[in-house]
Design a protein around this ligand. Structure first.
Ligand code: FUB
Length: 310
């Protein structure tokens, strides 16, 4: 089945390419989008917010894909909280990356015996899943969340995650183990900008890191300032910085007090994925993923992006 966001559900394709309405998933509440281009198709992994929820008590992840940014295919749930025997709550922001002829899905979930947030890894032979728990235990566990994964040109893979701190570790080739210890970035205002409001944190960095490299520039996009988050970014000269604060990309998430981004190039366009609370009944715990096309400035900086709603 192909979901069309003009209110129709049809089988097959054959529709003129058109700009999708936002939110582009309108059948369920979704959040924390993580785009991935694979075999000329754009996949977006995301959380699944529960109807009527009063907390982020999600229990599965969802996957949608497109070839034209207008017609989105619903692939159902590639992975669930129940697939991790050691976890009991909080199926939060995922990211998937291909390597070793497999797909690795990094997810923050709560360890049931320690009640601490940890990062688990799902693995699958196909991008649409089903994924299964690769380790039977956390990859890392330090209470921090929101993994993002990046493989540099030299083949070194990095996992980054964090709230309130920003951590990284060098992943091994197998993508389910690491060398060295998890290490904190030093958060400075030169790297991550000054904090807004009265909260006692050193910089604007809050959560939702998203790291990638484009035209020789390393980008670290993130959600800033609790608890009406905006999306900001820094750039670096290596996968480990040093980072230079570059400013705000998206200033609001509407009626959602969180925002969480993913950026990707697809078919010669650049796309900024995020979430807001724009569906009927939406809000902080009933969020909806959206996407905006944008153009990088000639120096590689990212323009301010306005959200659009249907
Ligand atoms: O979706 C649960 C949490 O809310 C995510 O981990 C954060 O990034 C925020 O979006």
């Amino acid at each position: 089945a192909v979901l069309l966001f003009f209110g129709a559900l049809i089988d097959g394709i054959g529709i003129d390419v058109a700009r999708a309405d936002n939110p582009f998933v309108q059948t369920i509440y979704t959040a924390d989008p993580a785009p991935l281009v694979y075999n000329d198709r754009l996949y977006v992994f995301m959380d699944h917010d529960n109807d009527g929820a009063t907390y982020f008590n999600m229990t599965d992840w969802r996957l949608f894909s497109t070839v034209d940014m207008a017609n989105w295919q619903d692939h159902g749930s590639p992975l669930s909280l129940a697939d991790f025997s050691w976890a009991d709550e909080n199926a939060w922001a995922p990211q998937v990356i291909p390597r070793n002829n497999k797909f690795y899905m990094y997810v923050p979930i709560r360890h049931h015996t320690t009640s601490t947030m940890a990062i688990g890894v799902g693995v699958s032979d196909t991008i649409t899943g089903p994924f299964h728990d690769a380790l039977g235990k956390p990859l890392v566990e330090n209470g921090d969340i929101d993994p993002t994964v990046f493989i540099d040109d030299d083949g070194q893979a990095y996992l980054y995650w964090g709230n309130p701190d920003l951590w990284y570790v060098k992943l091994n080739q197998d993508m389910i183990s690491y060398s060295g210890s998890p290490t904190k970035f030093t958060l400075t205002t030169a790297g991550f900008g000054p904090r807004s409001g009265s909260e006692q944190r050193p910089t604007s960095f809050e959560e939702a890191p998203w790291v990638y490299k484009r035209n020789g520039i390393y980008y670290l996009i993130y959600a800033a300032n609790c608890c009406s988050e905006d999306i900001r970014y820094s750039t670096g000269t290596s996968a480990l910085g040093p980072w230079t604060y570059r400013g705000v990309i998206m200033a609001t998430a509407g009626s959602s007090f969180t925002n969480h981004e993913g950026i990707v190039d697809y078919k010669n366009n650049s796309y900024f994925f995020y979430h807001n609370g724009a569906l009927p009944g939406g809000g902080g715990y009933q969020r909806s993923v959206c996407v905006e096309r944008f153009v990088y400035n000639s120096d590689g900086t990212i323009p301010t992006i306005q959200m659009t709603t249907a």
